[in-house]
Design a binder for this molecule. Structure first.
Ligand code: SAM
Length: 453
């Protein structure tokens, strides 16, 4: 079914775009190109530590926080915290932050940006220089061991570059960066895609496809990245006490993950859940995970990295989970009927194909997970507090899924009112020339939910 056929769902084209609202003034202009389109910024403080493809642009989060008009010293939450762009923007605006992120490495990065830097050790840039000197003296020994590296890693770099990268890595892993251990680790992980000689642009890593590295020398790039970190950390000293900042590695569906925050204590939320677009956050970071040795096989990655992520891709779906989700969704009022209708259409579309993808199994599991996260948010948020979510719709096999609207309706079953649903930008035009793709117009939207008084 195309969107124009949907009897009771508003077309995104009919929604207001970039309107002024009663919350806190004007929203950024529609289609301004801001928002998640660009991922984490390459230049903004903290964002530039590591370019997470799913990340917000931090200037956009700053404008969304301003839109919430929170009194300073409020607590902001993000149940899909990613690399903590909402966290650093909240800190910059003078608020505390509590986020939950399922990807263990990305949660580590987010927490690193928000924690106090070591105060009594040598400066980060000094430590980085010493590390580089020590690593240079071991490059030959590292080059002799390159055969032991995972295949993906070997194929993404020339030998001299990889020998330098692994020489640095082995020193950092052995503790040579001392208190700066995690900073050195992320300066190095941020360097990988800068110096790769294969196509490692986000989200797909294509080692078979060669490219000219953006930067030639890994040591110089590592030093540059350490210097940026030092500059950004120096900026934050004045914001700390008595605010608190935390990224919890875990599953935001589970109450245990929210143990670090008191019930009713959050005054605002700015977040962006996974979209129903088959984007795999674990796979997108495969190069970093293999290089650092966090995982050594696809199965291990699924077990240890994807484990707590909600189902948003066909690769994560399972028959059992989909059946359970369909039953549980019936607890969520009339919106469940609309979700189950979509499941039925997707089942028919899959049956009509020889090797159709299991979108019909993803959808119930996805919306049940979103409902469970909203339940936890309702528990954590103060009555009257507002949540802004950025989320896109989708149309697998041309079946339109109005994800923002369905999320708003689920939220209304769970103690929120739906205040706004605004189109931020159109998406999907990248595939306009693909004649096998559906022609449903897609958009990224901002929904505003308010916790009931
Ligand atoms: C659209 S991204 C948000 C990125 C974030 N706004 C940023 O700027 O980095 C969605 C994030 O949700 C995370 N995620 C998926 N399932 C989750 C779950 N059950 N609990 C917590 N985080 C989850 C993904 O790993 C991903 O980082």
């Amino acid at each position: 079914m195309l969107i124009s056929d949907a009897p009771d769902q508003a077309s995104p084209a009919s929604l207001p775009v970039g309107t002024t609202t009663e919350l806190g003034g004007a929203l950024p202009a529609p289609g301004s190109g801001r928002g998640r389109k660009h991922g984490t910024s390459r230049t903004e403080p903290f964002d530039r530590w590591f370019r997470y493809p799913a990340g917000f642009a931090s200037d956009y989060v700053t404008s969304l926080l301003a839109h919430l008009a929170l009194p300073s010293g409020s607590t902001v939450i993000d149940p899909f915290a990613g690399s903590a762009v909402t966290g650093t923007a909240a800190r910059q605006a003078g608020h505390s932050f509590f986020g939950i992120e399922a990807h263990p490495a990305i949660a580590e990065l987010g927490q690193l940006k928000l924690q106090y830097a070591p105060q009594h050790s040598q400066p980060l840039s000094e430590m980085a220089k010493k590390l580089v000197t020590a690593a240079e003296s071991r490059v030959d020994a590292s080059e002799a061991r390159l055969d032991d590296e995972p295949d993906l890693v070997k194929r993404c770099f020339t030998k001299p570059v990889l020998a330098r990268l692994t020489s640095l890595r082995d020193l950092i892993r052995a503790g040579a960066a001392e208190e700066w251990h995690l900073y050195a680790k992320w300066a190095l992980l941020g360097t990988l895609r800068d110096v790769a000689s294969a196509r490692v642009g986000w989200p797909y890593q294509r080692p078979a496809s060669e490219r000219k590295p953006t930067y030639a020398d890994p040591m110089t790039r590592f030093l540059q990245r350490a210097l940026w970190m030092e500059e950004d950390l120096n900026q934050t000293c004045e914001y700390t006490e008595p605010l608190t900042f935390h990224v919890q590695n875990g599953d935001s569906r589970s109450q245990n993950s929210w143990a670090g925050i008191a019930t009713g204590s959050a005054q605002g939320c700015v977040s962006s859940p996974p979209y129903l677009n088959n984007f795999d956050y674990a796979d997108a970071t495969r190069l970093e995970l293999y290089f650092w040795g966090d995982v050594s096989s696809w199965a291990e990655m699924c077990a240890s990295v994807r484990n707590e992520m909600l189902t948003a891709t066909t690769q994560q779906s399972s028959v059992g989970a989909a059946i359970t989700a369909q039953t549980k969704l019936r607890d969520y009022g009339t919106v469940s009927k609309r979700i189950l209708d979509i499941v039925e259409q997707l089942t028919a579309e899959r049956a009509a194909r020889r090797r159709g993808k299991e979108y019909d199994r993803v959808v119930p599991d996805y919306f049940l997970a979103i409902a469970q996260v909203l339940e936890q948010m309702a528990w954590a948020m103060q009555p009257g507090a507002s949540a802004i979510w950025l989320v896109g719709d989708s149309a697998p096999y041309g079946v339109y899924i109005d994800t923002p609207r369905l999320i708003s309706e689920l939220a209304q079953e769970l103690g929120f009112s739906s205040e706004k649903d605004v189109v931020l930008r159109r998406r999907g035009q990248r595939w306009a020339s693909n004649t096998t793709r559906h022609d449903v117009e897609l958009s990224e939207r901002m929904i505003v939910l308010r916790r009931a008084l």
